[in-house]
Ligand binder design. Structure first.
Ligand code: N7H
Length: 501
């Protein structure tokens, strides 16, 4: 039987989230001539890896500083904090000689193979089964993610850019990067930052993010940030609720699979679409955006607030509900009114359908993920926003460095993307009456890349005619790369990874 959960031994990003203003993802390849030295480096790095407990302690310090500042009516001081986590691709495990089967086919084949397939299956009505690929256009992937073997990623978080750079320098010293006997080589690195000022906590399209997360059974109250409680094994390997609990190698206990995606967002183009279609559909641009995402920009769910509040008292309730974490994730999709309030294809409904599939069953739980993303790229410039009224053009690149954790990628990220977001037929026909086909997840749903344009659509944006379709004339989110990784426990880093060669 597995020992009790020890939060000092689990990498902090998984169950708590590394506190961050900025984050560097340092993708590396292990130098095959220096594998033994690399393992020694892992033994040293393990002492600096931030655990769940450490994340929570750091978060407490931030909360206390905010309380102190509020009491004295001053601006909170920026605390000098940093965090380090590490994860390995399947190729990385093989390079280290760690060959016990971990029992996750999607992890083993890697994201490039999962992204696009030569032998695409064409969806066959009436099941409308999607092809079982992520439907990325690999020709627009960055070559470092597509053509180069990536063995692992080091996640470095910090309260400022200099802090990130300092921590990265410390990591590079451990692995002798840049020296003759370097144990790793940088494949690429990406740096993300939370957005500034009023849009802090919002992603680049302008929507509040990081609201809905499942809480994990038995994890103390401080790290509970969610309304639904899921089994530990949905996120952690070898714990109850992990279907392969008894087949996992012992070093995999309390690790989790990390899916990373670099997702470019075409912001002026998305805004122009909303403005144009608002005119055609009679909805306001903000309401149409809320119908595509499933939440208003302030985070209030469109299921509970299907209309833009106008009276001052309604506006106050709306704003309070958006901020209140006991309300803003505590709702179900009404099965009687179907898409009247929120389209089936809205991003939050596709990716967590709540009552659209039997709620609180293991089938519901097994598709939950914990998300830890951060934005990259600059704010939209004046020049770019000026284009959104005529022919919109993202001249600069920005988007989301998407990260999620799960114990089974084929049930977590890969399932959500392929079988829900990309599947026009999901949620599946119900027996009472064939529902209008939901269409694609309006934000991340991807049609086949060799599609005749424009092929993406959704229904449900019009409450009075739920079958009416809206043509989604562009892909506003484009995958630029990514990989699947395994994030081991800290004791596994010390006992297995540091001793591997
Ligand atoms: Fe999403 N967005 O701005 O539209 N996401 N997401 N996501 N997402 C969510 O509830 C967004 C992506 C999930 O439990 C919110 O925290 C964007 C991928 C899940 O109700 C917003 C991108 C996948 C949820 C966004 C992107 C998911 C969720 C609402 C890409 C997985 C929780 C805020 C650039 C395959 C749903 C919140 C729930 C919420 C946005 C990517 C999954 C605003 C822009 C790739 C499970």
């Amino acid at each position: 039987m597995a020992p009790p959960l020890n939060l000092d031994n689990i990498q902090g990003d998984i169950l708590s989230g590394l506190p961050k203003k900025g984050e560097i993802f340092f993708f590396f390849q292990i130098n095959k001539d220096f594998v033994k030295d690399f393992c020694t480096g892992i033994g040293e790095l393990a002492h600096h890896v931030t655990s769940v407990t450490q994340c929570e302690n750091d978060r407490q310090k931030i909360i206390k500083e905010k309380e102190r500042a509020a009491l004295h009516d001053t601006t909170p001081k920026l605390l000098e904090l940093s965090g380090i986590n590490i994860a390995f691709s399947h190729k990385g495990l093989k390079t280290l000689g760690i060959r016990d089967p971990i029992h996750d086919e999607v992890f083993e084949k890697g994201m490039v193979a999962d992204a696009d397939g030569e032998d695409r299956e064409i969806p066959q009505p009436p099941q409308n089964r999607p092809p079982l690929y992520l439907n990325d256009d690999l020709s627009v992937w960055e070559p470092e993610f597509r053509d180069v073997e990536i063995h692992g990623v080091i996640l470095i978080t910090g309260s400022s850019h200099p802090k990130l750079k300092d921590t990265l320098a410390k990591v590079k010293r451990i692995f002798k990067v840049g020296q003759k006997d370097a144990t790793i080589t940088e494949v690429t690195q990406v740096e993300g930052h939370v957005r500034p000022g009023d849009v802090h906590g919002h992603e680049h399209f302008g929507f509040a993010d990081g609201i809905a997360q499942p809480a994990v059974d038995g994890v103390p109250a401080l790290v509970h940030r969610g309304t639904d409680t899921i089994h530990q094994g949905v996120i952690l390997l070898g714990r109850p609720g992990d279907e392969k609990e008894n087949d996992r190698p012992s070093w995999a206990l309390d690790g989790s699979f990390l899916a990373f995606r670099k997702l470019k967002q075409k912001v002026p183009e998305f805004q122009k679409f909303l403005d144009d279609k608002a005119r055609d559909t009679g909805l306001s641009s903000d309401l149409l955006g809320a119908k595509l995402v499933g939440r208003w920009k302030n985070g209030a769910p469109v299921e509970n607030f299907p209309l833009q509040p106008v009276k001052p008292e309604e506006i106050a309730i709306f704003k309070a509900a958006a901020k209140d974490s006991s309300q803003n994730d505590n709702f179900r999709y009404d099965q009687i009114v179907k898409q009247k309030n929120c389209p089936y294809a809205a991003h939050t409904r596709k990716t967590n359908p709540r009552d659209d599939i039997a709620f609180n069953t293991s089938a519901h739980q097994e598709h939950r993920i914990i998300r830890r993303g951060i934005q990259y790229g600059p704010e939209v410039t004046d020049e770019e926003s000026a284009t959104s009224t005529s022919s919109p053009d993202s001249k600069l690149e920005r988007g989301l460095l998407f990260v999620c954790y799960q114990s089974d990628i084929s049930k977590g990220f890969s399932f959500i993307q392929k079988l829900w977001a990309n599947n026009v037929g999901f949620p599946f026909d119900k027996k009472d009456a064939p529902p209008p086909q939901a269409g694609f997840d309006a934000i991340i749903g991807a049609a086949l890349s060799n599609k005749p344009e424009p092929s993406r659509y959704m229904s449900g944006f019009d409450a009075s005619d739920q079958a009416k379709r809206l043509s989604l004339t562009d892909d506003w989110v484009i995958a630029k790369g990514g990989e699947y990784f395994f994030s081991p426990s800290i004791s596994a880093l010390q006992d297995t990874f540091a001793q591997a060669a």
